[in-house]
Design a protein around this ligand. Structure first.
Ligand code: JFZ
Length: 456
């Protein structure tokens, strides 16, 4: 009940001459219209959008990058709020952002060597700071930092050169712009006035910046929204914003981290730090779209933005497991790095990502281009499928025999993906029993390829 209903109430004096019943019906209709929850009504994805969705699914593995002026403090991307800084205080940070070691080629090379097929980078985070050359304010990397250049332009050019799709993370939540008002649940008195123009924030500022991102960086993969959860009941003018994006670039995918059921106009459902539907993070939805591509984001340590106090790095095996479990749940994994203020990615991340890339160079067939497999996932592992193959990913199973649930159709062969060697198996009405190859030391995943003759 935002926009329309508010207008209805505000102008209710004009309705006084109407019969009360009629007035009630009118109000109910307006409330039911729920503009904030609607998204882009009557949205039909363009053919190039449907093609992009399939390519997105086939990619299965992307690099998430959280990088901004907050990186200077090495305390994560929420430092503005965590320390309850004022806008004036936070305004010092851009003065120290001068990433002399930033080289877009090094980042894209790393993504490629790690087996990642797309990149999603923060074009602006909750601090509202544009990491690109925006003409809509002076709160930008070009106007406020000694660096004075547009790193997203360099990254976009390099991604185009190397054939990697680039997505822009865009925070709808803004801790810096006074027009982000009324503030949401993360808001505090950051020295901003207790007044602002919400419609101007969305229609002029945000849509203006999004137009820049969709016009000045060549074809982009899409926009990854975040922050709506700050004001769940507000009217975000989604219909307008989503239509604008799809009009400027019909193939661009709209992804929103709002933790809710997908809304019309969105092209991918993303789950933060979670497998689809599991909601182990506590803030995701359990609803899983059976229409849209799925994505699950995660961190290498426990932070998104560069954080010198976080050394809880996941092992390469653990990262492979997360990628495999995502694929087994029919989902992409968007794995995050938080580059340092000097523009380098810390060695702890690089070595781990390269290890995942090494694993993928050997086992990639069982991940890329696959969809979630026909056998339910279990503690032991997951399955993926592609054409007439089922890939059984044995992640945690010590015994020599593994019993799987029944599969329709006939399994005609079982082979180890690592060396192609045939494996013994039996199939009957109770399921499929596999004799597994001996686990090698530090082997993240034993992949068994089943050749599958589906029933007609
Ligand atoms: C959001 C961001 O706040 C975070 O900085 C990062 O960019 C991540 C990918 O997305 O994370 C959230 C969003 C909402 C909640 C928690 C973390 N929430 O509602 O509790």
């Amino acid at each position: 009940m935002a926009g329309l209903a508010r207008i209805a109430l505000a102008s209710s004096a004009g309705f006084r001459t109407l019969k009360p019943v009629l007035l009630l019906c009118l109000l109910a209709a307006l409330v039911l219209a729920e503009p904030n929850a609607v998204g882009q009504s009557d949205y039909t994805p363009a053919p190039e959008n449907l093609k992009a969705r399939k390519e997105f699914q086939d990619a299965r593995f992307g690099m998430f990058i959280h990088w901004g002026v907050y990186s200077v403090l090495g305390a994560g991307e929420w430092v503005f709020r965590d320390r309850k800084l004022t806008v004036d205080e936070y305004n010092h940070l851009p003065l120290f952002f001068d990433p002399e070691k930033f080289d877009a080629k090094v980042w894209v090379d790393l993504a490629k060597a790690s087996g990642m097929k797309y990149i999603t980078i923060t074009s602006r985070h909750h601090d509202g700071f544009a990491m690109f050359d925006s003409k809509l304010s002076d709160w930008t990397v070009v106007k406020r930092t000694p660096y004075k250049r547009d790193p997203l332009k360099m990254l976009a050019d390099e991604c185009h050169r190397q054939g990697i799709k680039l997505f822009f993370y865009y925070s709808q939540l803004d801790w810096h712009n006074p027009d982000y008002y009324p503030r949401g649940w993360t808001g505090w008195d950051s020295g901003r006035p207790n007044a602002g123009n919400w419609d101007r924030y969305l229609d002029e500022y945000m849509d203006g910046q999004l137009s820049e991102l969709l016009s000045n960086y060549g074809p982009i993969g899409g926009i990854w929204f975040d922050g709506m959860w700050d004001k769940p009941d507000a009217d975000w003018h989604l219909s307008k914003t989503y239509a604008l994006i799809h009009q400027l670039q019909p193939a661009a995918l709209i992804i929103s981290n709002h933790h809710q059921t997908p809304k019309p106009g969105e092209d991918v459902q993303t789950f933060e730090r979670d497998l689809p539907g599991h909601n182990s993070a506590g803030f995701n939805t359990q609803y899983i779209s059976n229409q849209l591509p799925l994505e699950s984001s995660d961190t290498v340590n426990e932070s998104w933005g560069f954080n010198i106090g976080d050394d809880k790095y996941k092992s390469p095996e653990e990262l492979v497991h997360r990628l495999v479990r995502a694929a087994g749940n029919n989902s992409n994994l968007l794995l995050n790095v938080g580059p340092m203020p000097n523009g380098e990615i810390q060695p702890e991340f690089v070595s781990r990502l390269l290890a995942v890339g090494q694993w993928l160079s050997k086992y990639g067939d069982s991940i890329y281009g696959t969809r979630g497999g026909p056998i339910p996932a279990g503690d032991w592992g997951v399955t993926t499928r592609k054409e007439n193959k089922i890939y059984v990913h044995v992640l945690d199973w010590a015994a020599p025999l593994l019993a799987l649930a029944p599969i329709p159709g006939t399994i005609t062969a079982a082979n180890s993906l690592a060396d192609g060697s045939p494996l013994e198996f039996t199939q009957n009405a109770n399921g499929v029993i596999l004799r597994l190859p001996q686990a090698q030391n530090h082997e993240a995943d034993r992949v068994v390829v089943l050749t599958w003759q589906k029933p007609n």
